[in-house]
Design a protein around this ligand. Structure first.
Ligand SMILES: NC(=O)c1ccc[n+]([C@@H]2O[C@H](COP(=O)([O-])OP(=O)(O)OC[C@H]3O[C@@H](n4cnc5c(N)ncnc54)[C@H](OP(=O)(O)O)[C@@H]3O)[C@@H](O)[C@H]2O)c1
Length: 240
């Protein structure tokens, strides 16, 4: 097994779990969820590092733990944990707004900060931030979630440039991946009529699978993608 270590946040289910299962053969995994009890399946040999990303102190402790325990051989970070409360902004409680900004934007920013420090010492590393199609298109009743996801695209583009400026070279890559509508817990409660409406808007005429995204992320992590940097990769079946 390769000694390269990668962190996957939100790896207890959905896309994060699929990423862990896909990448387990090639990397040493550090898997995150909001709590240890969230995990029902863990690829053998994985290490767990848990934190509730709605809590700033837990984010800070998570970042300290990441640097202390895994800083020496961290190769990549996949900021995948995410959550949404779908609601009109007019009726959205501030607590939900804060939670969405914290999980979807603040935590990835702080983890990127930690990863950039680690990678700058080694002049090498990959960061992949999982954004969303709605970060580009917007979506009614997802305004705060969409704003946070758009923030991840700008964060990734900026850090790719910053890494090159600080390290005089391009061996630290920072990317975002924007999935379309993917079949996971996040979309399981969509009414069938709503799913059908989306499917009619998707040129590939189906929802995405976690494997569609995992294949893309695996490629982006590899040296085959060495010249892809600062990009937002859309994996959405053509959904606009
Ligand atoms: N599904 C889609 O259609 C879709 C489309 C575009 C983008 N995305 C993005 O893709 C990523 C994965 O989505 P998914 O569909 O796989 O989601 P999911 O099945 O709902 O899983 C979400 C993951 O995020 C973690 N998480 C949620 N709240 C957290 C918190 N407060 N603190 C720490 N971790 C927390 C969860 O951990 P626990 O199990 O501990 O709660 C879980 O591991 C997200 O960033 C999402 O925004 C999804």
């Amino acid at each position: 097994m390769s000694a390269k270590k990668i962190l996957i946040t939100g790896a207890s289910r959905g896309l994060g779990l699929a990423l862990a299962q896909k990448l387990a053969a090639d990397y040493q995994l550090i898997l995150h969820a909001s709590a240890q009890t969230s995990f029902t399946t863990v690829p053998p040999g994985s290490q767990l590092l848990c934190a509730d990303f709605t809590d700033a102190e837990q984010i800070a402790a998570f970042c300290r733990g990441l640097k202390k325990e895994h800083g020496d051989d961290l190769y990549a970070v996949i900021n995948n944990a995410g959550m949404a409360y779908d609601k009109s902004l007019i009726y959205q409680p501030e607590q939900e707004i804060d939670a969405m900004l914290s999980v979807n934007l603040k935590a990835p920013v702080m983890i990127c900060k930690t990863a950039m420090k680690i990678f700058s010492l080694k002049h090498k590393g990959v960061i992949i931030n999982i954004s969303s199609v709605v970060g580009e298109t917007g979506n009614a009743f997802q305004s705060v979630y969409a704003a946070a996801k758009a923030g991840l695209v700008a964060l990734s583009k900026s850090l790719a440039q910053e890494a090159a400026a600080l390290n005089q070279g391009g061996s630290i890559r920072v990317l975002s991946v924007s999935p379309g509508l993917i079949e996971t817990d996040m979309t399981k409660d969509l009414p069938e009529a709503e799913k059908d409406r989306y499917i009619n808007m998707i040129p590939s005429r189906r929802l995405g699978t976690v494997n569609d995204i995992a294949e893309t992320v695996a490629f982006l992590l590899s040296d085959k993608a060495a010249y892809i940097n600062g990009s937002n990769i859309q994996v959405n079946g053509g959904l606009r």
